[in-house]
Design a protein. Structure first.
Length: 228
């Protein structure tokens, strides 16, 4: 087993309910921002890390996503008959991802600045970290409401609190997934376990970030891209 991430998990299975009518007939990762599907923007970030393995999980409108990804070197992890959430979905994809830590990336955000996966890779220290999350100060975000998800101390460790928003990119050791009994569960369950062991860390993103979880996020993200 290596301590260097050699695979990436792209989360693309969700229902996209916050998008309202936009996801009635299409999965959220295929919604276009600046003329390209959201999932293609995410793949741009991953592709520069090749030759790592890439896996996308599918559930809602899975066939549409599978057709779109047919032209990419991406393995598919279909979640049937029910969706497994981020933690369950990652665990189900482990046979495709392989052993060792993995990158995970949400497909509903736009990043303006350096590639967050590059930054994570360069900062990753497996001797003291079981998870390294890319987080953004609230003031540098668009389309996100609330005070934040985490608070960071001067060692880089994070706990639940205000100040930083998790941006949907991380490096994560997956060993702890086997200890969780539920089939469908959020990665928050694993993060809480890791935090108790004081091995949950964050890296602060130096650029800007936009959540494209709601319809209004599309225009905000397109404005962000236009400013780059």
């Amino acid at each position: 087993m290596t301590n260097k991430p050699e695979a990436a998990m792209l989360f693309a299975a969700g229902f996209g309910t916050r998008m309202g009518a936009l996801t009635k007939d299409y999965p959220k990762p295929l919604i276009e921002v600046a003329g390209r599907p959201l999932i293609d923007h995410a793949l741009d970030l991953i592709d520069v890390l090749r030759p790592i393995r890439v896996v996308a999980n599918l559930h809602y409108r899975a066939d549409q996503l599978a057709d779109h990804l047919a032209g990419y070197d991406v393995a598919l992890s279909r979640e049937e008959p029910r969706i497994l959430d981020t933690g369950g979905g990652l665990r189900a994809a482990l046979p495709l991802l392989g052993a060792g830590p993995v990158f995970t990336l949400n497909s509903d955000a736009i990043w303006a600045g350096p590639n967050p996966l590059h930054l994570l890779r360069d900062y990753w220290n497996p001797d003291k970290m079981d998870a390294l999350l890319m987080c953004i100060p609230v003031s540098q975000t668009l389309g996100h409401a609330g005070p934040g998800d985490f608070t960071q101390d001067n060692t880089g460790r994070i706990t639940r609190g205000a100040g930083l928003i998790y941006g949907g990119a991380q490096i994560l050791k997956t060993d702890g997934l086997k200890e969780i009994k539920e089939d469908a569960f959020s990665l928050n369950v694993l993060w809480d376990q890791i935090q108790k062991q004081k091995r949950l860390f964050a890296l602060t993103y130096p650029g800007r970030w936009c959540d494209v979880g709601r319809p209004e996020g599309i225009e905000l993200a397109e404005g962000l891209i236009a400013d780059v």
